[in-house]
Ligand binder design. Structure first.
Ligand SMILES: [Zn+2]
Length: 400
């Protein structure tokens, strides 16, 4: 501590630190400097120059990571405007980022953004102009001409077209590649089973991602296109509305990930509040039981699940941020409270290849949140998060 005893040291005293790998709670103080956790230890004595924050016995855990975020999406979708002034897109992305951060989501992985506003926001945060969650971006995302996300994604056809579009996203600052293997539930003229991409197009996207040391994640509905994606090397499957047991086992075998986004098919009230047309609400709800059954198959097969919501993760549904609701949905699919919490911490960190996120340990980023009681006793505690630190900076502090 003495070596680091400068103005940048902050000590969080009287914490009950939750180990999200084991579920154990231990009394400790957390020393933070230069955006990182320096030590987690019972014996820390704050030096005279350190800023001391008394956590009053609160439960302290890592900031949450939500991995299927659209910061720029417009609701209802019918009001979307592909020609929108990019400044409007940026303001919306900023607002959604603030909501996420306030809810304790210190990192988001975005999966397709209008005008690549997530990358602009990331640059603005890095410049110190604004605060916001740490952002891992897919850029625009790439679909086939007229495919899912039409009007908002980059559209490409053929292996060469996909190579070019994927390289453009990476050049613009994307961290991973997002593709669209099938239709979705929110649009009238497409289905969950239709394969929109040809095998060579999928392989081209994977090849480009791998050449830059990253991976492909894919929007997908049914098992057959999931298998197609798996065989071509896709690492992470989004939604998986209809996932059978055999395909779930194959994902597990490959070490792949599933981001269930169960919130998509079980947020009726949120959809009504955001002006969705009745047919969309009905279509989403109708897919709900198959979706839950699919994620149950994933849980039974031991697939690594990662938190993601499609709906902005800091938006509220049924009294809790949607990212927290998603944990509850995953518990309905068979996860324990600890496993549900891991979807937004350790599992998510593995997906984005960051060992320094998702845990409270020396050497990791000082992304910390606090709740009064242990969220493993009641996951809803996370909706009562009253303290948020991101990279050593306090961004929310509602201690009494
Ligand atoms: Zn999405």
């Amino acid at each position: 501590m003495a070596d680091n005893a400068d103005n940048t040291v902050t000590v969080l005293e009287n914490c009950r630190v939750l180990d999200v790998e084991t579920g154990d709670l231990s009394d400790a103080a957390i020393a933070v400097a230069n955006g990182e956790i320096v030590s987690v230890d019972n014996g820390i004595k704050a030096t005279r120059d350190a800023t001391v924050i008394d956590m009053q016995g609160a439960c302290v855990l890592p900031g949450l990571i939500s991995c299927h975020t659209h910061l720029t999406i417009v609701f209802p979708f019918s009001l979307s405007d592909p020609e929108e002034n990019p400044a409007m897109t940026a303001y919306r992305a900023y607002r959604r980022g603030q909501d996420a951060l306030n809810a304790g989501i210190t990192t988001v992985r975005t999966v397709g953004e209008l005008n690549r506003a997530d990358i602009a926001l990331r640059k603005s945060i890095a410049a110190g102009w604004v605060t916001g969650p740490r952002i891992f971006s897919a850029g625009l995302g790439v679909s086939v001409t007229g495919g899912h996300g039409h009007g908002f994604t980059a559209e490409a056809d053929g292996a060469d077209g996909f190579r070019r579009a994927c390289r453009r996203d990476l050049l613009a600052g994307a961290n991973h590649i997002k593709i669209f293997l099938t239709g979705g539930i929110a649009h009238e003229n497409e289905t969950l089973e239709e394969s929109q991409m040809a095998d060579d197009e999928i392989r081209a996207a994977v090849e480009v991602a791998r050449s830059k040391g990253t991976y492909v994640c894919a929007h997908v509905g049914d098992s057959e296109p999931i298998m197609k994606g798996l065989e071509a090397g896709v690492r992470c499957f989004e939604h998986t509305y209809n996932l059978d047991a055999a395909t779930a086992a194959a994902i597990r075998e490959s070490g792949g990930f599933v981001v269930p986004t169960l919130a998509v098919t079980r947020s009726k009230d949120w959809m009504r509040r955001h002006g969705f047309e009745t047919w969309t609400i009905c279509k989403a709800a109708a897919a709900g039981s198959d979706h839950l059954e699919s994620i149950r198959n994933a849980v039974k097969a031991g697939v690594t699940l990662v938190n993601g919501t499609d709906i902005p993760p800091g938006d509220t549904d049924d009294g809790a941020p949607v990212a927290i609701r998603e944990m509850e949905h995953c518990m309905e699919a068979g996860l324990s409270p600890l496993q549900a919490l891991q979807t937004a911490t350790t599992n998510a960190a593995r997906l984005i290849n960051r060992r320094d996120l998702g845990v409270v340990k020396a050497g990791c980023k000082a992304d910390l949140i606090a709740t009064q009681d242990n969220p493993l006793d009641d996951i809803r505690q996370l909706a009562e998060t009253f303290f948020v630190m991101q990279e050593g900076r306090v961004v929310r502090d509602d201690r009494r």
